[in-house]
Design a binder for this molecule. Structure first.
Ligand SMILES: N[C@@H](CCC(=O)N[C@@H](CS)C(=O)NCC(=O)O)C(=O)O
Length: 291
């Protein structure tokens, strides 16, 4: 075992030093706002405050899918929340999500704004509001919700566990990487076995379970999350690959992945989305050409 250090935890932990990890500037042991800042409000019924991470992308894919089906009430403004700059600790954002994590949704279509946070809750809220992507038949609904919550419960091990120790931690700790690589591969195998017997995650129909799972596990096998595709031997998960490619064929998935995105090809980055036409006119390549 390499990179182990002698460390005896004190009786009571205290926050005495930055941890040296990639997100040390935003990590802290307390909740609540650090500064006063109202959130902007656009003209659409739904206001989304987000960033193009796997969690953020779940919601923008869902909204683009709803719009593709013709639900005008799903029109949305997507505002950029730069978590590296601490925007999630502004007072307005904390009012929308006391947990200070993107994404947060505010539905302003009724007499009083409704806030929704946690992506599982946001997906369910939108699915119920528009009557789409959440089966009503009892058994299929149970399957869909089981996989939705499987994603919510499992991916902190992938991101906060494997991704953190493999890609972001200031030291490579063999024990931690082994521990979470094992779990991440086990989770990929769980999904792979399910997709060997089922076209979509919950059965024959595309649901919010697919929308939730795709950005995380599709990210590992297709989009190079944490630079770990080879390390995890992602090519071995053939059914996850098949399903990822199938979902990536969907226009709404492609559009949803572009919204609030701050990395990759300039043509794939739509920093804020306030109108459907923004995909044609406001990606970073178009904005650069216009200036
Ligand atoms: N369980 C949450 C997770 C959200 C989450 O972890 N968001 C991350 C970005 S992917 C974030 O906002 N991190 C900022 C921080 O930790 O300060 C959800 O599904 O909405």
């Amino acid at each position: 075992m390499t990179d182990t250090q002698d460390y005896t935890p004190p009786k009571v932990w205290s926050w005495t030093k930055p941890n040296g990890g990639r997100f040390e500037n935003i990590n802290r042991p307390t909740a609540g706002a650090t500064h006063e800042k109202e959130l902007p409000v656009g003209r659409h019924p739904l206001q989304l405050y987000s960033l193009g991470t796997p969690n953020g992308v779940k919601v923008t894919i869902m909204l683009e899918e709803l719009l593709a089906l013709g639900h005008k009430g799903a029109e949305y403004d997507a505002w950029l929340i730069k978590i590296g700059d601490g925007d999630q600790f502004g007072s307005g954002f904390v009012a929308a999500n006391p947990n200070s994590k993107i994404p947060a949704l505010v539905d302003r279509s009724g007499p009083n704004p409704i806030r929704v946070f946690e992506t599982g809750a946001i997906l369910m809220y939108l699915a119920e509001k528009f009557g789409e992507f959440l089966p009503t038949e009892r058994a299929t609904r149970a399957e869909c919700l089981s996989w939705l919550f499987w994603q919510m419960g499992s991916t902190p091990y992938v991101g906060g566990g494997f991704g953190h120790f493999y890609a972001y931690a200031p030291v490579k700790i063999e024990y931690a990487i082994d521990r979470f690589a094992m779990e991440t591969k086990r989770l990929l195998d769980v999904l792979d076995r399910r997709l060997a017997e089922s076209k979509y995650v919950a059965g024959d129909a595309y649901t919010i379970a697919d929308i939730a799972i795709f950005p995380w596990y599709g990210g590992l096998v297709k989009f190079g999350s944490y630079g770990a595709t080879e390390f995890l031997a992602a090519h071995e998960y053939k059914n996850v690959q098949r399903w990822t490619e199938m979902l990536y064929e969907r226009q709404a998935v492609k559009r949803g992945r572009m919204v609030n995105r701050l990395s990759g090809e300039p043509s794939s980055q739509l920093h804020e989305r306030h109108d459907a036409s923004d995909f044609d006119t406001k990606t970073q390549d178009k904005l650069a050409a216009a200036n």
